[in-house]
Design a protein around this ligand. Sequence first.
Ligand SMILES: NC(=O)c1ccc[n+]([C@@H]2O[C@H](COP(=O)([O-])OP(=O)(O)OC[C@H]3O[C@@H](n4cnc5c(N)ncnc54)[C@H](OP(=O)(O)O)[C@@H]3O)[C@@H](O)[C@H]2O)c1
Length: 316
Amino acid sequence: MKAVVINQFGPPEELTMTEIDRPEINEDQVLVRIVAAGINPVDTKVRAGTSGMSKRIQLPAVLGWDMSGVIEQAGKRVTDFQNGDEVMGCIGFPGLGNAYAEFTIADPNVLAKKPRNISFDEAAAVPLAGLTAYQAINEHLKVTAGQNILIQAAAGGVGHLAVQFAKLNEAFVSGTASDRNEKFLKSLGLDHFIDYKKEKFETKVSNLDAVLDAMGGDVLYRSIACVKRGGVVGCLPSSTKNDPRAIEMAKEYDVKLLWPMMHTDGSQMKIIAGLLEQKKLRVFVEKIFTIEQIAWAHKAIESHSTKGKVVVRIAD
Ligand SMILES: NC(=O)c1ccc[n+]([C@@H]2O[C@H](COP(=O)([O-])OP(=O)(O)OC[C@H]3O[C@@H](n4cnc5c(N)ncnc54)[C@H](OP(=O)(O)O)[C@@H]3O)[C@@H](O)[C@H]2O)c1
């Protein structure tokens, strides 16, 4: 089968199209014929060798975790899915998901059926960012009705979904992005748009209940200062974990500081799929690349300026 491997960690050009054997499932697994793979910042960090996850990966490796596709073969003991089902999920995380390939093995416990009203490209875009946003808003920040919250990098993969989860919880939601994304974010329900290139967000918000920060560093420090005593900040980039200055500031401002880590969860994946099907949640895919263009998909994510999500089409 066709697959994209990396033989060593490095730039996007390390992503190499090749032929490998089709994997074989056990009785508890499913074989998925992949239609599309979603690209996340973690894909690029693992490929570059800069993620903690890179250390646990044996090369050559097939990367990719987010995928949508069709079940080619369901193991004998699999009860929830059958051959021909259209599915989506974040697979193999934080090990290897092998989603940059024509076929991959998946644990059915992390899958959901693809909503009929969205495309395979849209379905592949959702899992990792969707679970991250869902867990951040509901499990970590515990956002409730009437709360005043800020989402940093609101137009990104995680941010644009987090805005919608926070609105579903009836919070008042502010978000930062550049001006080209104002209309987009307002269409998702954002209450208060802040153009981070033209204005300092700390002059626009204060006394917040919570911040979801997809940036880290200086944005994280300035975010902590905007939260009320007893409030909470969740910072997503794991490279910033345990930043001593942020920990010191959180103590000083009496703010709970968290570094949420996404975990795969089939029941939450099904809730998210349900919200997509009911049109209560919308995923935006800015760019769809072919499998041959996968290096460009990684470069797009590394630009840190994509709106919504980037997807690679594996098959038609
Ligand atoms: N802990 C976890 O489990 C977990 C899970 C998922 C992701 N993450 C991490 O979270 C981060 C975000 O992920 P993502 O998928 O959302 O990234 P992404 O889609 O690549 O984010 C791109 C967005 O960032 C915005 N942006 C760039 N600089 C900004 C700034 N200074 N202020 C506000 N917005 C800015 C851009 O908006 P403009 O184009 O308008 O500038 C763009 O829309 C990454 O570091 C990722 O690794 C962690």
